[in-house]
Design a protein around this ligand. Structure first.
Ligand code: FAD
Ligand code: DHB
Length: 396
């Protein structure tokens, strides 16, 4: 079997790349290790930057997002029992974010792919990459117990942080930059009307908490917990008690409780590999870099990478020039490192670090006060949160 671009992974990165290529008349095959049902149910990100919204709209994928997504013009930072609004519209010249679940983006992308007659093979196993240094790289895999080999012009490694693509690159060709954090997030999805109309990031002695939402009937909530935390130790009652304690305000505001639809724990890490390319393999999204979720940047970065990659591949197939492909890594990394810094900064400001002494906590408190009281500091948070202009990630 042969295709122009072999894409490993049907997350937001792999599916969007397939869609952008298909619109330009370039053939690709997507290989995904899980089932369609699994990837469409996996609850993860929820915040889309304006540039991601624009990309979905420009690619003809925005119809349901425009109907069901919730446009927000600010967030609240909460500490010492009081909330402080950061007004994105006012601080960024009218920019905002859209709250629309990642699994909804994935559903829209899968549907568009299948409607266009494009190939996605679900439940593939034992994916391996060969000949990356040659003009004809190959992907081997098992499907329904049979061995297959796909010969490609290019391979896109869009298989997330735990995928095989990054590992197929010889270790001496990559440099890894990394931070781990001494905590994780316990997330729940609850059948309960959101008790507030914008996201709330709360700092306090008991640790960080985040209030978010998915629809007028569904609330999404997160708690900072220990990295080795066992879900079994967190009954629904305990989760609600802790959320009430961390999110409470002096005026008696409370989250609305409801049945818990999903509960999971996610570790926190910052990581980047450079370069994001080896021979004819290009890494995109979480396969190349991850951020702690506090800045809500991961899916947005994944989308930017594949926009840059699609442009490079289209240039190659249309004009034979590899100039844009050669700049791929350098072009993406500028936006990646800005998001790495912002996510690390938000994480450091808002979480309780077990090793911190009272001096460090006073610094955190002072930073929070500065961010909510100084227009310059609020504007810096707002500009990064809504996402820097597209030119930060698409021009070298
Ligand atoms: P993934 O979504 O991980 O997709 C990779 C795909 O590859 C998966 O479907 C996987 O099954 C498949 N795969 C893996 N290995 C193989 C293999 N060997 N063979 C074939 N297929 C394989 N980001 C934001 O922008 N905003 C947010 O608000 C936000 N909040 C988050 C909250 C949480 C709790 C978490 C966990 C993440 C959050 N993120 C957020 C990050 C975001 O979810 C990721 O950055 C995003 O999923 C990256 O997309 P991707 O396509 O690169 O990778
Ligand atoms: C959500 C996740 C995030 O990581 C974040 O910073 C904001 C919102 C969410 O899942 O809604």
């Amino acid at each position: 079997m042969r295709t122009q671009v072999g894409i490993i992974g049907a997350g937001p990165a792999g599916l969007m790349l397939a869609h952008l290529l298909q619109r330009a008349g370039i053939e690709s095959v997507v290989l995904e290790k899980h089932t369609r049902d699994y990837i469409e149910r996996r609850v993860r990100a929820g915040v889309l930057e304006q540039s991601t919204v624009d990309l979905l709209n420009d690619a003809g994928l925005g119809e349901r997002m425009r109907r069901e997504g919730m446009v927000h013009h600010g967030i609240q930072l909460r500490f010492d029992g009081a909330g402080h609004r950061i007004d994105f519209s006012e601080l960024t010249g009218g920019r905002g974010i859209t709250v629309y679940g990642q699994q909804e983006v994935v559903k829209d992308l899968v549907r568009a792919r299948l409607d266009a007659g494009g190939a996605i093979h679900f439940s593939v196993d034992e994916v391996g990459l060969q000949g990356l240094d040659t003009q004809r790289p190959r992907i081997s895999y098992m499907l329904h117990g049979e061995a297959h080999e796909l010969e490609c012009d290019f391979v896109a490694g869009c298989d997330g942080f735990h995928g095989v693509s990054r590992q197929a690159i010889p270790a001496d060709k990559l440099t890894t930059f990394e931070r781990t954090y001494p905590f994780a997030w316990l997330g729940i999805l609850a059948q309960a009307a959101p008790a507030h109309d914008e996201l709330i990031y709360a700092y306090g002695d008991r640790g960080f908490a985040l209030f978010s939402m998915r629809s007028p009937q569904v609330t999404r909530l997160y708690l900072q917990v220990a990295p080795e935390e066992r879900l079994d130790d967190w009954s629904d009652d305990r989760v609600w008690q802790e959320l009430h304690a961390r999110l409470e305000t002096h005026d008696g505001w409370r989250v609305n409780e409801g049945s818990v639809l999903e509960k999971s724990v996610t570790g926190m890490r910052s990581s980047v590999v450079e370069p994001m390319q080896h021979g004819r393999l290009f890494l995109a999204g979480d396969a190349a870099h991850i951020v702690p979720p506090t800045g809500a940047k991961g899916m947005n970065l994944a989308m930017n990478d594949v926009l840059v990659l699609a442009r490079g591949l289209i240039e190659h197939f249309e004009s034979g020039s590899d100039a844009a492909l050669q700049r791929y890594s350098q072009t993406c990394l500028r936006r990646v490192w800005r998001a790495e810094h912002f996510s690390w900064w938000m994480t450091s400001m808002l979480h309780r670090f077990p090793a911190d002494d009272s001096f460090q906590q006073r610094l955190q408190r002072s930073q929070l006060e500065y961010v909510v009281r100084s227009r310059a500091a609020s504007a810096s948070l707002a500009e990064n949160y809504v996402g820097l202009p597209a030119s930060w990630g698409t021009e070298p």
